[in-house]
Design a protein around this ligand. Structure first.
Ligand code: NAD
Length: 253
């Protein structure tokens, strides 16, 4: 099926799992050639095998040379039109028990990693006739959250970066937007559930209730719902939408 995105080329960081993999699948259905970047090449290759037109490329977003090599490889046969900055990590602890090492690690992946990957493409994309950047932030980038301060700070930074980059590149054909999910059924949430169970002694069911009570709709979001919004932000008719942080959070505002 021909679509408006046929033949476009997209990099998705953290593309071998969860939201990233769902984005790659959805973009591939729209005719996009996808490059899945992440640290674990075997897992990425497995994901790439299940997605038409997908290529696995090893990349640690916290490492300068890894990022430059990976993006060079992705751009080998043509320019990158779309970047989905999805790689991210979370963690929960009381603020006064959060070590500076943990703090820095979350910022290194969620903020600096995103900056590094965006810098790898921004110059070329800003000269192109078609360019889209979508940052996967979080509802934690819009409002606060107890016991997840480094994550909240990192995602607020992503929302701020999104606004500033959209202004800085407004002269070009590149849009920069963020998607801010609530709790989505992925490995990150599985870890959060395990963490609540371990630290509070609650059952799995109670831990899930604790998380979903942040959502007015009271349910976990599915990865395909996030991918659909990302796909729209990558499409031609979203060209006048830039600098936005779109929440997909079951009504949480
Ligand atoms: P996930 O753990 O499946 O995905 C995160 C991906 O990032 C993984 O593939 C992981 O390998 C990759 N990654 C982590 N560190 C990396 C590094 N240094 N270099 C390269 N890749 C790295 O979980 P997910 O829920 O799909 O998370 C994707 C994004 O969505 C994250 O940015 C996360 O913060 C955000 N998000 C998730 C939720 C949720 O409830 N699941 C909610 C809001 C936002």
């Amino acid at each position: 099926m021909m679509t408006d995105l046929q033949g476009r080329r997209a990099v998705i960081t953290g593309g071998g799992t969860g939201i990233g993999m769902a984005c790659a699948k959805r973009l591939s259905e729209m005719g996009v050639e996808t490059f899945l970047m992440g640290r674990n090449l075997e897992r990425l290759q497995e994901a790439a095998n299940s997605i038409e037109g997908a290529t696995a490329i090893q990349c640690d977003v916290t490492d300068d040379s890894s990022v430059s090599q990976a993006f060079e490889q992705a751009a080998q046969d043509g320019p990158i039109d779309i970047l989905v900055n999805n790689a991210g990590i979370a963690g929960a602890s009381a603020f006064h028990k959060t070590s500076m090492e943990d703090w820095r690690h979350i910022q290194a992946v969620n903020v600096e990693g995103l900056v590094r990957c965006t810098q790898a493409v921004a110059r070329d994309m800003s000269k192109s006739d078609y360019a889209r950047i979508v940052n996967i932030a979080s509802i934690a980038g819009i409002r606060g959250g107890a016991y997840i301060t480094p994550y909240v700070a990192s995602k607020h930074a992503v929302v701020g970066l999104t606004k500033s980059l959209s202004l800085e590149y407004a002269y070009s054909n590149m849009t920069v937007n963020a998607v801010c999910p609530g709790y989505v059924q992925t490995a990150i949430v599985d870890n959060a559930i395990a963490n609540i169970m371990e630290k509070t002694g609650r059952s799995r069911e109670d831990a899930i209730v604790e998380l979903t009570k942040n959502s007015p709709q009271g349910k976990m979001i599915q990865v395909e719902e996030i991918a659909e919004v990302v796909a729209w932000l990558c499409s031609p008719l979203s060209r006048s939408v830039s600098g936005q942080s779109i929440t997909v959070s079951g009504g949480a505002i």
